[in-house]
Design a protein around this ligand. Structure first.
Ligand code: ATP
Ligand code: MG
Length: 255
């Protein structure tokens, strides 16, 4: 089982779009995948068509009671993909966990209660909060979506420093899964420039596959389906399938 935290404290960079569509692409090729919606906004839950009245037990409950994880992971319309949804309650978890025993190890304990699974994705909130720390402590790898725009790298060093700290103190397994460039616009010179700058700065940690800016990717959630279901042939869906293949070959090479 490989647990991947999709994280970037910058908002709106494509974390949720990446988590939902990459999880779908991996399930489509036969992997057993669990997506944990770990953001009180609940965007991943909405994007997979889970109604607000069907979101408990949620990622909030499993923090308090890890044994609930297996039953909280509910089936989605995608065979092989299950989701642990999020509710507003998660916003209160921050405050509640402080003062409890091992406040950053709660999600890890819950994930350990899941039945056999190939990939667990954690869709993190846009902050370096206690929730994101829980995700980093639980993860084998961090997948960092970066929007190809002028301020792309802003905040990245702080995220990498946090990863470094978690690795040193709590989770020596933690690795950088890779950086994925999102909302790339090949007709825009700045977008291309940022992409090559990021590659020059981070080298092989940046996935070859870039996710193009594609309106189909932003339309799909309003229909409660992943882009791969909404329009499997759109450039965004094809890019996420390519990213899934790249991730699987990179993992196979590393093994
Ligand atoms: P937050 O920090 O709020 O959780 P996020 O990092 O999860 O945001 P998303 O919700 O995935 O980011 O994306 C932000 C917005 O951009 C959404 O409206 C989404 O539909 C849109 N979007 C994401 N990726 C693309 C893309 N490649 N092309 C076009 N629109 C995109
Ligand atoms: Mg999100």
């Amino acid at each position: 089982m490989r647990t991947i935290a999709v994280a970037n404290q910058k908002g709106g960079v494509g974390k949720t779009t990446t988590a939902v569509n990459l999880a779908t692409a991996l399930a489509a090729v036969g992997q057993r995948v669990v997506l944990i919606d770990f953001d009180a906004q609940g965007n991943a839950s909405t994007g997979l068509g889970i109604g607000r009245d069907k979101r408990t037990p949620s990622s909030y409950e499993i923090l308090h009671e890890p044994a609930l994880a297996a039953s909280a992971a509910q089936e989605t319309m995608i065979p092989g993909l299950r989701i642990i949804p999020a509710t507003d309650a998660l916003a209160g978890a921050e405050v509640e966990l402080v003062g409890e025993l091992n406040p950053t190890g709660r999600l890890k304990a819950a994930i350990q209660k899941l039945p056999p699974t190939d990939y667990v994705f954690i869709d993190c909130p846009p902050s370096l909060s206690l929730l994101t720390l829980n995700a980093l402590v639980a993860a084998d790898g961090v997948l960092i979506p970066l929007q190809t725009e002028f301020y792309a790298m802003e905040g990245l060093s702080q995220l990498l420093k946090t990863v470094e700290q978690v690795r040193a103190r709590q989770n020596p397994r933690l690795d950088i899964e890779g950086v994925v460039l999102t909302m790339h616009d090949k007709r825009n010179r700045l977008s291309d420039l940022v992409a090559s700058d990021v590659r020059a700065a981070l080298g092989t940690r940046v996935f070859e596959t870039m996710i193009p800016r594609n309106v189909r990717l932003s339309e799909a959630p309003s229909h409660g389906v992943p882009a791969l279901v909404y329009d499997v042939r759109c450039p965004g869906s094809e890019a996420y399938m390519a990213l899934a293949r790249e991730m699987m070959t990179t993992a196979a090479k590393a093994a």
